[in-house]
Ligand binder design. Structure first.
Ligand SMILES: NC(=O)c1ccc[n+]([C@@H]2O[C@H](COP(=O)([O-])OP(=O)(O)OC[C@H]3O[C@@H](n4cnc5c(N)ncnc54)[C@H](OP(=O)(O)O)[C@@H]3O)[C@@H](O)[C@H]2O)c1
Length: 262
């Protein structure tokens, strides 16, 4: 589905970035993986190459516009174009969750809003500048249901996800006339990722639930009465990046399995 597409992934050493990278590689994409620290990204790239795919790794801070620009320049030099930009950057939940809003330090509240919005804005527009020349491309990111529903003790994370969803629509409004699609994925929690365990820890005490009870609680809110897998998210990321999804832009794919109505 992605044969010979040139894809850049930010945060590719993370749970979602790595799963999307592997799924893109299986579908024939030529991958340029990046992350804040090189070793985890290199490990994913090596796995992909060992499985017969095409992948390179680079250390790129997705909050550093010059670094993002320089890396994209090198991708253009190597591959001639960029077809897919996927921002899977995430910051540790332990830094942002667990404090009631009335007690939350202002800087701590603003941290996720600034980091998530800045990183997505910069990586998206840097890719778009290159995609415009080809009148083709797909810009993607990940959000969470916190964008659309009230959840206690999540600090600035909900506003951060809402900002990314609004930016997805606005980018699309400007870029779709140039042939560029912009699509977000809003998955349910995937308990196999360390992120979800980290999100639970600060709330364990307040909720009085065990890790198993918390997963059951989240699952009970879905129509399927289960949480989703990384593979299910990655499959949707493949479809949305492919030309088969040419009718989708300016929107977020609701993968909350019924937890959140459209
Ligand atoms: N996991 C889930 O179930 C789930 C569900 C819904 C939404 N989400 C959202 O999806 C996103 C990714 O989640 P995840 O589970 O894949 O998180 P993750 O495993 O923590 O991965 C995030 C990755 O982003 C990298 N990163 C952080 N700052 C960066 C920067 N400035 N430049 C480049 N890379 C940077 C991290 O690198 P370091 O390790 O070096 O910091 C890490 O590899 C987050 O926004 C998360 O909230 C996750």
């Amino acid at each position: 589905m992605l044969k010979d597409k040139v894809a850049v992934i930010y945060g590719a050493g993370g749970a979602i970035g790595a799963a999307v990278a592997r799924a893109y590689a299986r579908e024939g994409a030529n991958l340029f993986l990046t992350g804040r620290r090189l070793p985890p990204v290199e490990a994913v790239a090596k796995d992909i190459v060992a499985a017969g795919g095409s992948s390179e790794a680079a250390e790129v801070d997705a909050l550093d516009e010059q670094a993002v620009d320089k890396h994209l320049e090198s991708v253009i030099d190597r591959a001639g174009r960029i077809d897919i930009s996927f921002n899977a950057v995430g910051i540790p939940n332990t830094k942002i969750l667990g404090v009631p809003l009335v007690d939350l330090d202002v800087e701590q509240f603003l941290l996720p809003i600034a980091i998530y919005a800045k990183s997505y804005f910069m990586t998206a527009r840097m890719a778009a500048r290159r995609m415009v020349a080809n009148r083709s491309g797909v810009i993607m990111t990940v959000t969470a249901l916190h964008s659309r529903t009230g959840i206690p003790l999540v600090g600035g994370y909900g506003p951060a996800m809402a900002a990314k969803e609004a930016l997805t629509r606005d980018l699309s409004a400007e870029l779709a006339p140039h042939g560029i699609r912009v699509v977000g994925l809003r998955p349910q929690a995937m308990p196999e990722t360390p992120t979800i365990k980290d999100a639970f820890e600060p709330r364990a005490m307040a909720s009085g639930m065990t890790w198993e009870q918390w997963q059951e609680f989240l699952a009970s809110k879905t129509h399927a009465r289960r949480l989703m897998s990384l593979d299910e998210l990655a499959q949707m990321a493949v479809f949305m990046a492919s030309d088969r999804a040419s009718g989708m832009t300016g929107t977020i794919v609701n993968l909350t399995m019924g937890s959140l109505d459209d």
